[in-house]
Design a protein around this ligand. Structure first.
Ligand code: ADP
Length: 580
């Protein structure tokens, strides 16, 4: 199931670029002013050369020629110095903007609803974080400044050419139609072409990550050849998409080259004719021709960088699209009154139209231990995720102290209810960083107390660098049991009053299990606990047992009550113990 994440439209992209530009007005206008000055300095050469041709025609001295050459050299130096600073400033601005863009993107990504990330698959998000960010980086660092310089140079040069005589407009205008036609033909097709190209990269990534993440299943079921075929299909689609954009370029670029030459040739022809008619001087024809020729370079850059800018815009559209995922949470600012967790008439579906929970009511007492049991696929984990505020209910409500879980800011939510699964991740960074992310600003004493609570302080203290030890990929390897302890220590720091335990997968490494169970018991101490028990015996110790069947709570009561009632729990219990 790969619903791709949304892509922002052109308007949203332009608006965002506008806001980015307005954030740094001084640097932006400074860089623009420098670029304009540099372009102006570049205009001197054709004027001076035109004047030189004229004076040679009328007879001149070597001294005059020397002066002109010295002036030419002087302007060249000025232009070089101005260009250097203009570029420097644009690069600094580019890096700044890029850094902000990255931060915005990371913020948006972290704010994505969990359900959306699961549906979109990690491939699309990976492509956006890697390939699109790179592409955009290139555009912002190179393409955008180059393009701006080219536009400024072209405009300034064109005005200068017109200042030689109005007739220069004719060759320029005649060169425009083929250019515009070629450009429109290309641009009309290019954006979709490049978007499709990027989408095929996402697909390659998606299939690949799926294969890797599900490697065991692939192996167990002998799906290898099928996964290879799926990847081959993705690559073939990507090849077709790339061929198409290549075709666009092979038509586009040659036609551009041709249209560049037209104005220069025409300027010489028109100018030459006007000269023979005595309308303009030889110097003016020289200057005009040089100006028109000078236009080729910036116009070519404008056109060819458009290509890169389009790639950048397509990437930006995909990055901004992440921000357009509608939030499934709406912070209301209301404060929960107490720690009472309650689900009322909760319905939920992963796939539209197919509810997996059909009106669940569950009122959980503060400090109560509830065990959820029931057949696989009944909806226990789903209910657990809703009780922990990971998914919002489709209808109905899950509230803590009278406030909906989806109304709480995520950071606050984790201080109320947390979901504990067997999945735990060690992030790249120091041990301290791995822990304090549960409660930013925790002191070392608090961190150590949390480690102590889960029985992990001894091995952490035994490390040479203690809390400063680098872990995660590339850092020191921690065992699975240690990773689990770190996850538990994070919980102690976050200090939620209610825990939802999903033991969907069996406890890891049996040798460490006993030890870990002790750590876990310490964490559970004094908290409300909803345990999704996949093994019946843990239900025995609970205050109440909820039997989930087919997306409903079929039975609810203490172990003894349910056994006495003689329903499905009693039957299950019998089959476990009755004939033991
Ligand atoms: P249990 O924990 O009792 O085994 P689950 O809550 O995992 O049950 O699953 C309840 C139902 O929801 C099942 O039919 C399952 O196939 C479906 N389901 C679970 N997770 C997803 C998901 N991410 N997307 C779509 N359907 C899901």
């Amino acid at each position: 199931m790969n619903t791709h994440l949304p892509v922002a439209d052109g308007r949203a992209v332009r608006k965002y670029v506008g806001t980015l530009a307005r954030r740094h007005p001084t640097m932006l206008y400074g860089a623009l002013a420098l670029h304009v000055s540099a372009a102006l300095a570049g205009l001197a050469a054709p004027r001076l050369l035109g004047g030189l041709v004229e004076s040679v025609e009328q007879g001149t001295t070597a001294h005059h020629v020397d002066t002109i050459v010295a002036l030419l050299a002087g302007f060249l130096v000025v232009q070089t110095v101005l260009t250097r600073f203009a570029r420097y400033l644009s690069q600094v601005l580019g890096e700044q903007v890029l850094a902000e863009l990255r931060e915005d993107f990371v913020d948006n990504t972290l704010a994505l609803p969990v359900g959306v990330v699961e549906d979109a698959g990690s491939g699309d998000l990976l492509t956006r974080t890697s390939r699109d960010v790179d592409q955009l980086g290139w555009s912002v660092r190179m393409a955008l400044p180059e393009w701006t310089i080219a536009v400024i140079t072209a405009v300034v040069t064109f005005v200068a050419a017109l200042s030689v005589g109005w007739w220069v407009a004719i060759p320029c205008l005649l060169g425009a139609p083929p250019l515009v036609i070629g450009l429109r033909w290309y641009l009309k097709r290019a954006k979709d072409g490049y978007l499709r190209e990027s989408a095929t990269y996402s697909q390659i990534n998606a299939t690949l990550t799926e294969t890797v993440e599900g490697a065991r299943t692939v192996e167990a079921l002998g799906l290898g050849p099928r996964r290879i075929a799926a990847s081959d299909d993705d690559i073939a689609a990507s090849y077709r998409a790339e061929r198409y954009t290549l075709y666009l370029r092979t038509v586009f670029f040659p036609s551009m080259e041709t249209s560049y030459l037209i104005p220069t040739v025409l300027t010489l022809l028109v100018g030459g004719y006007l000269y023979t008619q005595g309308e303009v001087s030889l110097g003016a024809v020289t200057t005009a021709t040089l100006y028109v020729q000078m236009l080729i370079d910036p116009v070519d850059r404008i056109v060819s960088i458009l290509d890169e800018l389009q790639l950048g815009a397509a990437s930006l559209a995909r990055l901004l699209g992440v921000a357009q995922v509608p939030d499934d949470r709406e912070v209301s600012g209301r404060e929960p009154d107490g720690e009472h967790l309650e689900a009322e008439d909760v319905r939920f579906s992963y796939v539209e139209g197919r509810d997996v929970l059909h009106g669940v009511d569950l009122d959980i007492g503060v400090g109560e231990r509830i065990a959820m049991v029931g057949p696989s696929g009944a909806g226990k984990s789903t209910l657990g995720r809703l009780l922990a505020g990971i998914h919002p209910p489709r209808t109905g409500s899950v509230t803590v102290g009278g406030v909906g879980l989806v109304e709480l800011p995520l950071d606050d939510l984790r201080g109320h209810v947390a979901l504990v699964t067997q999945e735990h991740h060690v992030f790249v960074g120091t041990l301290r960083e791995n822990l304090v992310l549960a409660r930013p600003g925790s002191s070392d004493d608090e961190v150590r107390a949390a480690l102590d609570a889960v029985d992990a302080l001894d091995w952490v203290d035994a490390l040479d660098d203690g809390l400063d030890t680098e872990v995660g990929s590339g850092g020191r390897a921690v065992t699975a049991a240690q990773a689990q302890q770190l996850a538990l220590a994070r919980l102690v720091l976050a200090d939620p009053h209610t825990l939802v335990l999903d033991e969907a997968t069996s406890l890891i490494d049996p040798r460490a299990a006993r030890h870990l169970e002790r750590s876990l018991a310490a964490v559970l101490e004094g908290r409300t606990v909803i345990a999704i028990a996949h093994r019946l015996f843990s239900a025995h110790d609970a205050d109440r047992v909820a039997v989930v069947e087919d997306g409903r709570i079929a039975e609810l009561g203490s172990h003894d009550e349910l056994v006495a009632a003689g329903g499905s729990y009693a039957a299950l219990w019998d089959s476990w113990h009755g004939r033991g």
